[in-house]
Design a protein around this ligand. Structure first.
Ligand code: G6P
Length: 592
C-alpha cells in the first residue's frame, strides 16, 4: 500500500524529479517507510531509492539530481518484503528496460515469479511488484505492441492494484484495478497520481480512471482503454483542490495543529451537505435495517452511533467492522442501508464492505472527508466532514467531525436534540481544555515509562475509551486497551496491580452510571492501581484528575476525546516518537 506518481513534462528542460518529489511529500500519508524515483535520460533509466521519509532520502541521495522530463516515483508501506533499499520502488525489468511503481497487491506473484524465473529472469527484491515489469517486458518482447502487451499482462495479474510503468520509448502506462489512479492534465504535461494531493499547481484538469482501465501517455497525448482493449472516452473535470493547507503554522507538528483546529472544524462539519442530511433522513427512516461501518478511528465513530441512535432517534443501528463485513451476508438486501464512515474514502476494507452491501442491493450513505474519493463515487449520497486535510496519521479532527455529523443527523430525527444551536458550547469547552494543558502534561510525566494503560468508559463513553486507547497505541507505542467499565471484573481485573494506571472516563451526565464508575474505581484502587479520572466533577477516589468543562450532557463524548488526543501527542514527544508519522502505520490503508 503506497503512493504512485508518474510525470511526463512537455518541455524537455523541466525535470520530472522536481515534480515527483513535491508530489511524494504530499502523498506520504499513504506510506512512508521508503521512497524512490526513476527517470529516463538519454535512453537510460536512472534510479535512486532508499529507506526513510522523502525528506530524509532526498537529503541523503539528492533525488532531485535525476534528470529527464519523464519519471515515476513511489512512497512505500511495506506489504511484501521488509523495509529495505532493495524492496523500495521503482523496480526494474530485466535489462533495465521498464521501471514500475505499484500500489496494492499482486496475489499470484509467487506463481508468476516462478514462471519468469524458469525463463531465466533474475529477481532482486522480495516484492510482489517486481513481477510486473518483467512480465510486461516478456510479453512486449513477443508482441512488440504496447496496448496488447498491457492487456495480456493485466490478464495474468490477480489482486487489487494500480501501477505506473515507464518505458524507454518515453511513454508512461498507468493501470487501475481497484486501487486509485488519476490522470492530471496541465500546461507542463501529464501527471499520474494515486490522489489529487499529488498534483501541483500546474495541473488544471483531472480524469478519474475507472477500475479495469489503463492509460498510455506519451508526448503525443493520452489514450484510455479498458482491460479488453476498448477505447474509453472519459471526460475531464476541473481540479478544485486548494493548495495552501500544507503548513504546520506555528505548531511543531500537524497532529497538534489538527487537535487545535477542532474548535473550528466541529462547527464546519457537514455544512456543505445540508440537502444530503435530508436525503440521509429519508433513506434511513424508510430502511428496515441500518448498518454502519468503518475502520480504525472511523469504526469507533460507528460505535458511538450505536449508542446515540437509540437514545436520540429511538432507532437501532448496527456497527460492523469493515474488515469483517463479509461474515454478515444475510444482513444486506434492498431493505437495508449501510452508512460508511471514512476520513480518506480510500480504505480498502471500507470500499470492499461497501461493494459487498451494494452487490446485495443495499443503499450506501457515506460520511467522508475526501469528497473526490472512491467511497463517494460508490455512495448513493454522502455528507462531507469538511474538516480540511488531515495530515497527522492518527485521526483527530476527522473523528470529532464524524461524531458531530452524527449529532447533526440525529437532530433531523429528533429536533429536541438541538445540535446546531449548541455546538458553540462544545467548542468553547474544547477551547478550555486546549488552553490549559497542564493537567494532561503532568499526567504524561507519570505515564511516560508505563507498558500498559487501561481506559474505562460505559455507554457512549466506551467507544471514546476505545478511541482514546487507539490514539495512545498509535502515537506512543504503549499498549492501551479501551474497556467497557462493567467488563473489568470479568477478566481484565487480573491485570491490575500496584504498577497499573487506569484512566476512567466519568462525566456526570444523565446516564446514571457515575456512581457505578466510582464503585469500579474503588475496586481498582483496592488492587493498588492509580486512577486518572476524566470528568467535569472531582472525586477523591481519583489519584489524578483531568477536569472536563461542563457541556450539555449528551455532548460529553465529543469533548472527552480531546484529553486523550493530547495525552497521546505529548507522551509521543516524551518518548521520542514522531507524532505525525508513527512507525509501521499509514494514513490511508489501501490494501485488504
Ligand atoms: C488507517 C489509519 C487510521 C484510520 C483508518 C481508517 O488505519 O492509520 O488512523 O482510522 O485507516 O481510515 P479512514 O480514512 O477510512 O477513516
Amino acid at each position: 500500500m503506497c503512493s504512485i506518481i508518474g510525470c511526463l513534462h512537455s518541455d524537455s528542460n523541466l525535470d520530472a524529479s522536481i515534480t515527483l518529489i513535491e508530489s511524494m511529500r504530499k502523498m506520504e500519508y499513504r506510506g512512508y517507510d521508503s521512497v524512490g524515483i526513476a527517470t529516463l535520460n538519454d535512453n537510460q533509466i536512472l534510479l535512486k531509492k532508499g529507506v526513510g521519509r522523502v525528506s530524509v532520502v532526498n537529503q541523503k541521495l539528492s533525488l532531485n539530481d535525476l534528470n529527464g522530463e519523464i519519471g515515476i516515483g513511489h512512497t512505500r508501506w511495506a506489504t511484501h518484503g521488509g523495509v529495505t533499499e532493495l524492496n523500495a520502488h521503482p523496480h526494474l525489468s530485466a535489462e533495465d528496460k521498464i521501471a514500475v511503481v505499484h500500489n496494492g497487491i499482486i496475489e499470484n506473484h509467487l506463481d508468476l515469479k516462478n514462471d519468469l524465473k524458469s525463463h531465466g529472469i533474475i529477481f532482486k527484491s522480495e516484492t510482489d511488484t517486481e513481477v510486473i515489469p518483467n512480465l510486461l517486458l516478456s510479453i512486449l518482447n513477443k508482441k512488440n505492441e504496447i496496448k496488447s502487451a498491457v492487456i495480456k499482462t493485466v490478464s495474468k495479474l490477480t489482486g487489487q492494484y494500480s501501477f505506473i510503468a515507464m518505458l524507454k520509448n518515453k511513454s508512461l502506462i498507468g493501470v487501475k484495478n481497484h486501487e486509485p489512479l488519476i490522470l492530471g492534465l496541465g500546461p507542463d504535461g501529464y501527471v499520474l497520481s494515486s490522489d489529487i494531493l499529488g498534483f501541483s499547481k500546474n495541473v488544471n484538469d483531472v480524469i478519474y480512471l475507472d477500475d479495469e482501465q489503463f492509460v498510455i501517455v506519451n508526448s503525443n497525448g493520452y489514450s484510455i482503454y479498458d482491460f479488453k482493449g476498448n477505447p474509453i472516452n472519459l471526460t475531464s473535470t476541473k481540479l478544485t483542490k486548494t493548495f495552501e493547507t500544507w503548513d504546520k503554522g506555528h505548531y511543531d507538528h500537524f497532529t497538534i495543529k489538527e487537535i487545535h483546529e477542532q474548535t473550528s472544524t466541529i462547527l464546519q462539519s457537514g455544512i456543505h451537505s445540508l440537502n444530503e442530511f435530508n436525503t440521509f433522513f429519508n433513506i434511513l427512516k424508510n430502511s428496515k435495517r441500518i448498518y454502519i461501518t468503518g475502520s480504525g478511528t472511523s469504526y469507533n465513530s460507528a460505535l458511538v452511533a450505536k449508542y446515540l441512535f437509540p437514545k436520540i432517534a429511538g432507532m437501532n443501528i448496527e456497527p460492523i467492522l469493515s474488515s469483517e463485513m463479509n461474515f454478515f451476508e444475510n444482513c444486506f438486501d434492498e431493505h437495508s442501508t449501510l452508512i460508511a464512515i471514512s476520513q480518506s474514502g480510500e480504505s480498502a476494507d471500507v470500499l470492499n464492505a461497501v461493494a459487498f452491501a451494494k452487490e446485495r442491493n443495499s443503499r450506501i450513505l457515506s460520511i467522508v472527508n475526501t469528497t473526490t474519493s472512491s467511497l463517494v463515487k460508490s455512495s448513493d449520497s454522502f455528507i462531507g466532514l469538511n474538516c480540511g486535510y488531515e495530515v497527522g496519521v492518527a485521526a483527530t479532527k476527522s473523528f470529532t467531525s464524524q461524531i458531530t455529523i452524527l449529532y447533526r443527523l440525529l437532530e433531523k430525527f429528533n429536533p429536541t436534540q438541538k445540535t446546531t444551536s449548541q455546538l458553540n458550547l462544545v467548542v468553547d469547552a474544547i477551547s478550555k481544555i486546549l488552553n490549559d494543558q497542564k493537567p494532561v502534561i503532568d499526567i504524561c510525566n507519570k505515564l511516560k515509562d508505563v507498558d500498559h494503560l487501561y481506559i474505562l468508559g460505559r455507554g457512549a463513553h466506551y467507544p471514546i475509551a476505545k478511541e482514546g486507547a487507539l490514539k495512545i497505541k498509535e502515537l506512543t507505542y504503549i499498549h492501551a486497551e479501551g474497556i467497557a467499565a462493567g467488563e473489568l471484573k470479568h477478566g481484565p481485573l487480573a491485570l491490575i496491580d500496584n504498577s497499573t494506571y487506569v484512566i476512567m472516563i466519568n462525566p456526570k451526565d444523565d446516564s446514571s452510571i457515575y456512581a457505578d464508575n466510582i464503585s469500579n474505581a474503588s475496586e481498582i484502587k483496592s488492587r493498588g492501581a492509580k486512577i486518572i479520572g476524566i470528568s467535569n466533577e472531582y472525586d477523591q477516589i481519583y489519584d489524578y484528575w483531568i477536569p472536563l468543562p461542563d457541556v450539555p450532557k449528551i455532548f460529553y463524548p465529543l469533548i472527552e476525546i480531546v484529553p486523550f488526543q493530547l495525552i497521546a501527542y505529548h507522551l509521543s514527544i516524551e518518548r521520542g516518537n514522531d507524532p505525525d508519522y508513527p512507525r509501521n502505520l499509514a494514513k490511508s490503508v489501501t490494501v485488504k
